[in-house]
Write a protein that binds this ligand. Structure first.
Ligand code: SF4
Length: 378
């Protein structure tokens, strides 16, 4: 197949579903790691087409959702400073911190700008040497190479007015944390294809072996996801637990060595807090000592932050796959994309946002206004 619409082909989808139905003999719970996969599943109703025995549990793979509240609050404090141009991808602007979000800071006069690449922020720093330009560097392994490249480039250009507020997270330690949690029901993983396109698959065989779970590297189109499920179910029914690459058009086993080299030059592994989940050892990256001058947390004094999560928000349970968004009493009532209580209702990869967009009215397609709510800066 060459074109993207071929990955939505209903006839091929039917054949994959038939094969899954013919294979499955007992209940299995699979976790799709990435929020992009969650959106595709809910948008296309894939979970409703599967046989009852196959349950999909939504994973924590939404970087916006897991960025801890204290980092959001630090971003809000830095962005409010008069000397700062605060740059971010659009998703982060409506993520609630303690009492406000970046939109509010912008409305109150902060210079908050949406950019499409960290290199746009480097460019702003070059054009405005009298301002401090800060880029909000969040994300999984997918965004880390570009953020590393931005710092690399800033140093090459001798820019002393550029820095990153870093909250990078890594998928394999999150899988480890999920599998060792007492309430874990996950029996197999659809690993995030875009993460593996950068990092390759070498980090997963050990996880698959120790926890005896199939790990199938999976893409994002409906047929990609059905193929990932088909392979995972096939392994489970045969008592196997291997790493399989069901996304070979984008993922090579060794990943992208140049991107990995760039990450390793700029970042080092560190423990990270995940919003709603807690601290996961070795689950993030921070700037190495050699690039510490570009760390916004060191450049700006942002200590003494006191965070407060809304009591009604159950995003932590959603992110751990313990409940579905619709199990939260605030879903669609006090919590909507326009009035979000948690980041999972804001992000284009958040599970609560997916259910709000595509599952809120089960008998009719999502209204246009919902899509507009989801993209307020678009
Ligand atoms: S629906 Fe809103 S309040 Fe409930 S878990 Fe999701 S983000 Fe939190």
């Amino acid at each position: 197949m060459k074109y993207i619409d071929e990955f939505n082909d209903p006839e091929l989808a039917r054949r994959l579903l038939d094969e899954i139905r013919a294979t499955v003999t007992r209940p299995w719970a699979l976790m799709e790691v990435c929020g992009g996969q969650t959106h595709s599943i809910i948008r296309h109703g894939i979970d409703q087409l599967l046989p009852d025995e196959v349950e999909l549990i939504h994973g924590p793979g939404c970087p916006v959702c897991v960025t801890p509240l204290d980092v959001i609050d630090k971003a809000l404090e830095i962005a409010a400073r008069p000397e700062v141009v605060f740059c971010s991808f659009g998703d982060m602007l409506r993520v609630p911190g303690t009492g406000r979000d970046l939109f509010r800071v912008k409305g109150e006069g902060g210079d908050v700008r949406v950019v499409y690449s960290p290199l746009d922020a480097v460019d702003l720093a070059r054009k405005h040497p009298d301002r401090q330009v800060v880029f909000f560097a969040i994300g999984f392994e997918t965004t880390a190479p570009a953020n590393a490249m931005a710092v690399h480039q800033a140093r090459r250009l001798g820019l002393a007015n550029f820095s990153l507020l870093v909250s990078h997270v890594r998928v394999p330690p999150a899988i480890e944390a999920i599998m060792t949690a007492p309430a874990c029901r996950v029996q197999g993983f659809l690993a995030a294809g875009h993460v593996c396109s950068v990092m390759g698959t070498a980090e997963y065989p050990d996880l698959a072996e120790r926890h005896r779970v199939p790990v199938v590297v999976t893409g994002f189109e409906p047929l990609d996801i059905l193929e990932g499920i088909r392979r995972a179910v096939h392994q489970l029914e045969r008592g196997e637990h291997r790493v399989e690459n069901a996304y070979p058009r984008a993922v090579r086993d060794r990943g992208n060595p140049a991107a990995v080299r760039m990450i390793e030059e700029v970042f080092e592994v560190t423990d990270r807090n995940w919003r709603g989940i807690g601290r996961i050892p070795d689950s993030g990256w921070r700037l190495t000592d050699a690039f510490r001058d570009f760390d916004a947390e060191h450049r700006f004094d942002v200590t003494g932050i006191r965070t407060e999560e809304p009591a009604a928000c159950r995003a932590g349970e959603v992110l751990q796959g313990l409940i579905k968004p619709t199990d939260c009493a605030a879903f669609g009532t006090s919590c909507t994309p326009r009035t979000p209580l948690g980041a999972t209702m804001v992000s284009s990869e958040g599970a609560c946002a997916a259910y709000y967009l595509y599952r809120r009215m089960t008998d009719s397609p999502a209204p246009v206004s919902s899509a507009q709510e989801m993209n307020p800066v678009g």
